[in-house]
Design a protein around this ligand. Structure first.
Ligand code: HEM
Length: 497
């Protein structure tokens, strides 16, 4: 009897606490005790067809900033461009930290670039940006690397004489090789492609199954219930595979350096070398430095995971939009032929003369919107956003897909219409697929260079033709955490020039 009374009191206390706490956050749908707004999200996602539409529904009800409760955790949602910019850019220093549930960070444990915080993150990010600039993000070198891989992979494609290919495989290995060369100096080719595809397929499975579930249920509950724990472990398993693949390469490289089989010049050949050189320097100066082997492995892990799927998926969506809009493909080709005289490759230096291609890339990124949200942040202090005081420690997230399809900004928001960027001033500023502020995507310059060079040169050289039925832009696979098209085939028909 006493136990029952105790349990009832605890339940009442928790429900009352949540009710009282609600007054302190921007309004949103009334949470269900312990489940928060999960039932609302499930109901409206089903009713309107996607989680993004559910978020849009709440926006219509509550405005540009509202709170959704994930279990007993309030997460503030920013769904309007101005409000998101106010938080992430103008007051960005208050939202510089990530909020990641503990059991979702078992692979990195706060190391690396994506989930780390504080001075450690700042140091690692500064180093990664500087080094990638030296090994790739610096304009000429980056262009050279991208085009080298482009030539190699498209040469292989030419052997097929326009036969249909699985588009995702083609872009995956091309983008995977670009990033791997920057990290470890080697590309994926016929000798090691099997290993790459095996890792990639495992990761695909995870991304298909990824769900918000684990961000919503408190970690201790997930760990207590065997079903949930096993589900979490299964979801994370492929990422362990990638981490092992990277650890193995780092170990080999460090051994080669220590045995004198890999010579280091001043800056090293790639990211792994450069990190090793910095690590040795920092360790000599300060034994408590954040530069040690686990940080090296996790930084490479983050660049590998974040740098591959995102860009490859965007190229995939670009092909679908172009195949569905052949007049756009034709118009881009005409622009590029004029700029290059149809006698050379497109280069990053041509950017100012190719406004239509840039508009196409913007429109693809806006509609593909491969990540619905930025990666959760957390308020480092009490801070006023719009009409509300966001309390220290509150998780905050920008709903990028909703922001990039605001009807009052993007007329006929679901239409693929690159011309819209010429009809309205500074519209491109509302396209924010890389997030915004101090924690915006670290690989933005690389990704934009890849999209420009690969798409541009592909359209210059090939006519894209569908092979069988195309996935419609609504047909996405997976849980919606990442916006991925169903797999499809197409033909690259070489143009004579
Ligand atoms: C089209 C391609 C890409 C898209 C759409 C994309 C998108 C994003 C987004 C939305 C974030 C979260 C930003 C935030 O919280 O505000 C992010 C973070 C990040 N991205 Fe990308 N990304 C792309 C390509 C890349 C590439 C090529 C790399 C690496 C070479 C990369 C590395 C990272 C890293 C390391 C972070 C974490 C940054 C930090 O926490 O400081 N991304 N990306």
């Amino acid at each position: 009897m006493l136990v029952v009374a105790l349990i009832v009191t605890i339940i009442f206390y928790l429900v009352f606490r949540q009710w009282r706490l609600r007054q302190e956050y921007p309004p949103g749908p009334t949470p269900v005790p312990f489940l928060g707004n999960i039932p609302h999200l499930m109901y409206y996602s089903k009713k309107y067809g996607s989680i993004v539409e559910a978020m849009r529904h709440f926006k219509n009800e509550y405005g540009g900033i509202y709170t959704l409760w994930f279990g007993t955790k309030p997460v503030v949602q920013l769904v309007e461009y101005d409000i998101s910019q106010e938080a992430m850019v103008k007051k960005g220093s208050h939202f510089i930290n990530r909020w990641i549930p503990k059991n979702m960070d078992v692979i990195r444990k706060g190391h690396g670039l994506i989930t780390s915080n504080g001075d450690y993150w700042q140091e690692q990010r500064r180093f990664a940006l500087h080094t990638l600039r030296n090994f790739g993000l610096g304009r000429n070198f980056m262009e050279e690397r991208i085009m080298e891989e482009f030539e190699l992979k498209f040469k292989e494609l030419d052997k097929l004489n326009g036969e249909p290919v699985f588009v995702h495989d083609h872009f995956d290995i091309l983008v995977g090789s670009i990033i791997n060369r920057m990290l470890f100096s080697y590309r994926f080719d016929e000798k090691n492609a099997a290993e790459f595809y095996a890792l990639k397929r495992e990761m695909d499975k995870t991304l298909e199954k990824a769900s918000m579930l684990f961000a919503t249920i408190p970690s201790f509950i997930t760990e207590m219930i065997p079903y949930l724990r096993n589900k979490r472990l299964a979801m994370q398993k492929p990422f362990w595979g990638v981490k092992n693949f990277i650890s193995k390469q780092v170990d080999e490289r460090l051994k080669e350096i220590e045995e004198g089989r890999h010579q280091l010049d001043e800056e090293g050949e790639d990211f792994c070398d450069a990190y090793y050189i910095e690590m040795k320097k920092q360790q000599e100066a300060n034994p408590n430095t954040g530069f040690y082997k686990e940080s090296l492995i996790c930084a490479i892990f983050d660049l590998w995971v974040a740098g591959q799927e995102t860009t490859s998926l965007t190229l995939n969506w670009a092909s679908i939009y172009l195949l569905n809009n052949p007049h756009v493909e034709e118009k881009v080709r005409k622009e590029l032929q004029e700029v290059t005289g149809d006698s050379r490759n497109l280069s990053l230096l041509d950017k100012p003369k190719t406004p239509y291609l840039l508009a196409v890339i913007n429109e693809v990124q806006r509609l593909a919107s491969i990540l619905n949200t930025n990666i959760f942040r957390q308020a480092t202090d009490d801070v006023q956003i719009g009409d509300y005081l966001i309390k220290k420690g509150t998780p905050v997230v920008s709903q990028l897909s909703v922001i990039m399809s605001e009807e009052n900004v993007f007329e006929k928001k679901f239409d693929f219409n690159p011309d819209r960027y010429f009809a309205k001033d500074r519209l491109d500023q509302h396209v924010i697929p890389f997030g915004a502020g101090k924690r915006e995507c670290l690989g933005k310059s690389l990704a934009l260079a890849e999209l420009y060079l690969i798409l541009g040169n592909m359209i210059l050289r090939y006519k894209l033709e569908p092979a069988g039925s195309l996935p419609t832009t609504e047909q996405v696979s997976g849980s919606g955490t990442m916006h991925r098209p169903k797999k499809y085939k197409m033909c690259f028909v070489k143009l004579q020039n």
